[in-house]
Design a protein around this ligand. Structure first.
Ligand SMILES: Cc1ncc(COP(=O)(O)O)c(C=O)c1O
Length: 397
């Protein structure tokens, strides 16, 4: 069968591929130290489960409004008001089937062939592929490990052309764990206003920040930038609700309306029960986040310290999200019985087969010298996994 040309422009998500490989190995009885998954280990909060059970018992099991139920939109509006003093009305909110779906709706509604969108690298794997599906071009803005992956505003300015439609931000960032400070965001906002650009701000990790770092939403910097920012967020990471599939966006009414039209002709409404569960998460889940953040912070320190103790690996301390992104380029050229490590993918493959340690290679994140490890598993899994990883690296010639 001849498939549509657009299918040749994308690949299946490499992170989800690794997750599926690990699941298959575990099903065969293998013990895998799994640092590949992009989700917290905690169960979803009790208040979330309770709200879902009540939704089922109350027969809240039919189609809802395509763009989300009013109760959830109101909980989202309250959350933006509480966390960032941002004011939205319901017409500026769209609830979708996960933030990935939110972003997909955005790319389909806003981008087409001839458009350019600027993405700082390293970036979340799905951005370039979702953009490629529209025929638009991703313009990569390189950032450096040495400066905590900060955006150089002069470099950003130099990449803006008459075709540039939007700038994509992700803070805290998957995979780097970096965050943009207020000054950087002010520079980006100034450029967006000067060049009439949209900003897409993926803030899905906003609550998972450590060491007193503060998340700033670019939309909170003033009404002018708020009017041209699409803020993307969701329940998956902060409330450990990855399976429930609820994401949402707040932004300009015309864009939100168009994204809603795309959604109405593809998925219709997000799951009715999950919407009720997310209302409970947003209104009653704050102590859950506080506890999870504390646990993740200790796990982060342990993993990063252990990685930095391995000769050939250097790993900056991430400020947010739940990923370590060690630089492994010093290992390129080292050999093992089956071959030579020449890339992060080679190393990830070697670690999985030799050490039963699962991680994700950096190449599809625009990080060709790095691997990504989630520090979501508990402290003892991290200890054991890092022991194995260290031995496997030491065994390289
Ligand atoms: C940066 C970023 N944005 C969006 C998402 C999508 O999350 P979900 O579709 O589960 O809401 C993820 C998930 O890994 C992510 O890391």
């Amino acid at each position: 069968m001849k498939l549509a040309t657009r299918t040749t422009k994308i690949a299946a998500s490499p992170t989800l591929h690794m997750v599926a490989t690990v699941k298959a190995l575990k099903a065969q009885g293998e013990t895998i130290f799994d640092f590949a998954a992009g989700e917290p280990a905690q169960h979803s909060p009790e208040c979330v489960k309770q709200a879902a059970l009540e939704a089922i018992q109350g027969n809240f099991t039919k189609y809802t409004a395509v763009t989300g139920i009013d109760d959830l939109k109101d909980a989202i509006i309250e959350t933006f008001q509480r966390t960032h003093r941002l004011d939205y009305d319901r017409s500026k909110i769209l609830v979708s089937c996960g933030a990935k779906h939110t972003l997909y709706n955005f790319t389909q509604a806003a981008l087409e062939a001839g458009d350019e969108i600027i993405i700082p690298s390293p970036y979340w794997v799905s951005y370039p592929d979702q953009i490629a599906l529209t025929g638009a071009t991703s313009v990569i803005l390189k950032t450096e490990e040495a400066s905590h992956y900060a955006i150089d505003s002069a470099l950003l300015d130099s990449l803006i052309t008459p075709r540039t439609k939007a700038i994509m931000l992700n803070s805290p960032c998957n995979p780097t764990g970096s965050m943009y400070d207020q000054h950087t965001l002010e520079c980006v906002a100034e450029l967006a206003l000067r060049h009439d650009l949209l900003v897409v701000s993926d803030e899905i990790y906003e609550h998972l920040v450590y060491d007193g770092h503060q998340h700033v939403s670019i939309a909170s910097l003033g009404p002018d930038i708020a009017k041209r920012t699409l803020v993307v967020n969701g329940a998956s990471k902060s409330y450990s609700m990855t399976g429930w599939r609820i994401g949402y966006a707040a932004g300009p009414k015309d864009l939100i309306t168009a994204m809603g039209h795309i959604q109405s002709q593809s998925t219709s409404n997000p799951n009715s029960i999950a919407q009720k569960a997310t209302v409970a998460a947003l209104r009653d889940g704050q102590s859950f986040i506080t506890n999870m953040r504390q646990e993740l912070s200790a796990q982060r320190t342990l993993m990063v310290d252990r990685l930095n103790a391995i000769p050939g690996i250097t790993c900056p301390m991430p400020r947010g999200a739940f990923y370590a992104l060690p630089n492994v380029s010093a290992l390129f050229g080292r050999r093992h019985a089956q071959g030579t490590i020449t890339s992060p993918s080679d190393l990830a493959h070697y670690l999985l087969t030799e050490a039963k340690v699962a991680c994700v290679a950096g190449e599809p994140f625009g990080a060709p010298e790095h691997i990504r490890l989630s520090y979501t598993p508990g402290l003892s899994v991290i200890e054991q996994g890092m022991d194995r990883l260290a031995s496997a690296i030491q065994a390289l010639e």
